[in-house]
Design a protein around this ligand. Structure first.
Ligand code: GLN
Length: 481
């Protein structure tokens, strides 16, 4: 299998010049998906549903624009996929859950409309952990995604399908969501670029919510420049999402022209402890040396509350999930338990049959953390610690322009390796959840392979709404590989 190496520029140039058509590009990708992406346990299984009618109609529209000589938008003809927590008219939206099996959403997510307005062709909906809860994609009710680099390993999660599909060349870019690491971690496991934009940078309208104060939409791509292009298309105020920011959208691709010399790079001691795999440590140290060689000033920094990030995240995320998931009751969406005799039995049985074990665990944990008598001890306390974690970053960013750290403690692990031990699975997020809690931006960039041939990623974190600097540092790391 040839892993993904297509870029947005290559597709756009080929379609715009008439060397190929958007329709031919879409059909070639669908053929590859048909051959290599089945749900049979031997294939990658990154797509849950294909949106062929809509994709081919969009491709025909693009081809007509090219034929007429119209001005062409930036993603012209580019085949993309979207995580199945986002809504798109004409395709089911399951969020990887049985409770939403067959649910057809009545409206498009804002990001879907922005992608199509920019000329992208959306091929389908991507497999993910149920309601985006997980770090391995093994919590999908529709079966796991396999890592394209090693089919006995996980692609990461929860946006495992979105990462694996870009790595495998089923699409050129994709959308995932990241609540505590779900874009950055699968990007690292699959050897692609994955970006967590600042909270509020991209609209969440049409995103099936997991934890609303943490959820963010972001792109996967094969390279940093494409991630910057995607961000430029997706970012910006949306009147349909009150948490989307009014701040002007940056020139993310233009920013990549600026050299990194003179930037101050922070290396946080807390992210390089005993649990870090030696090969990942060495790869990140090499990336940092490369930045130094490019004229960056490298500084040791401290983010002293880092050790509280995982427990804080798992209180806040589960509490918000328990509230968000109360809407799935068999009345309005998807599955309804047919045999129940009373309304409350119908609620209970629908939720019992529809939710998987991890989702139930989180609803229980979150309901407990929010209940009268425990709210102050857990939820309020967690929010206070969240403020301390945010202050750590704000203090660090008064001294440095970007922070470089690992994304994951290990490379992709084997399927089944952590499914019996939820705490082990939660510890996967040790390097990703602090940026999520603080609302800052982060990106995972490939930084080489292990001796066993598994991809590794390095994380660059930036100030709130300073994606430009983060992307410049990410590009410098990518270029030095
Ligand atoms: N792995 C984390 C969790 O299970 C993060 C998930 C995410 O970012 N959506 O909650």
């Amino acid at each position: 299998m040839s892993l993904g190496s297509m870029t947005i520029d290559l597709i756009r140039t080929a379609v715009a010049s008439g060397a190929t058509t958007a329709t031919a590009v879409a059909e070639q990708h669908y053929a590859k998906i048909a051959a290599e992406d089945g749900p049979d346990g031997k294939n990658i299984h990154s797509f849950l549903a294909l949106s062929k009618d809509r994709a081919l109609a969009q491709a025909a529209k693009i081809d007509a624009m090219v034929a007429k000589g119209d001005a062409l938008p930036v993603l012209v003809g580019v085949p993309v996929g979207i995580k199945d927590v986002l809504t798109m008219v004409g395709s089911p939206a399951t969020a990887g859950s049985k409770i939403l099996q067959g649910y057809m959403p009545p409206y498009d997510a804002t990001v879907v409309q922005r992608l199509e307005a920019a000329g992208a062709v959306i091929l389908g909906k991507m497999n993910c952990d149920e309601f985006a809860m997980g770090s391995s994609n093994e919590n999908s009710a529709y079966g796991p995604v396999l890592n394209p680099w090693a089919l006995d390993r996980v692609p990461g999660g929860s946006s495992g399908g979105s990462a694996a599909a870009v790595a495998a060349g089923f699409c050129v870019a994709s959308l995932g969501t990241d609540t505590g690491g779900s874009i950055r971690q699968p990007a690292a496991f699959c050897g692609v670029v994955g970006m967590l934009p600042t909270y509020g940078r991209i609209s969440r309208y049409g995103l099936i919510a997991f934890a609303s104060s943490l959820d963010r939409v972001g792109p996967f791509a094969t390279n940093v420049r494409d991630a910057a292009t995607m961000l430029g298309v997706l970012a910006g105020k949306d009147v349909l999402d009150a948490t989307s920011s009014e701040r002007p959208v940056g020139d993310y691709v233009g920013a990549l022209e600026k050299p990194v010399g003179g930037l101050r790079i922070g290396v946080p001691a807390e992210y390089f402890g005993d649990g870090l795999d030696p090969e990942i440590r060495a790869a990140i140290e090499k990336a940092i040396d490369g930045l130094h060689a490019s004229g960056c000033e490298v500084k040791q920094i401290s983010l002293p509350h880092t050790k509280y990030a995982i427990p804080t995240y798992y209180v806040i995320a589960t509490a918000e999930a328990s509230a968000n998931l109360s809407r799935f009751d068999g009345v309005r969406f998807g599955l309804r338990a047919g045999e129940a005799k009373t309304l409350s039995a119908m609620y209970r049985e629908t939720r019992d049959q529809g939710f998987g074990a991890e989702v139930k665990r989180r609803i229980l944990l979150g309901t407990y953390a929010l209940s009268a008598g425990y709210y102050d001890a857990y939820y309020r306390k967690a929010q206070q610690v969240r403020t301390l974690l945010t202050r750590d970053f704000l203090a660090a960013f008064s001294e440095v322009d970007a922070i470089v750290a690992p994304v994951t403690p290990t490379p992709a692990f084997k399927l089944g390796a952590k499914t019996d031990d939820p705490v082990q699975m939660y510890l996967e997020d040790i390097y990703s959840v602090a940026a999520s809690l603080a609302g800052i931006c982060g990106i995972s960039v490939p930084c080489g392979d292990t001796a066993a041939g598994l991809p590794m990623g390095v994380q660059v974190m930036g100030r709130h709404f300073d994606e430009e600097t983060m992307l410049r540092v990410a590009l410098a790391i990518e270029t030095a590989q």
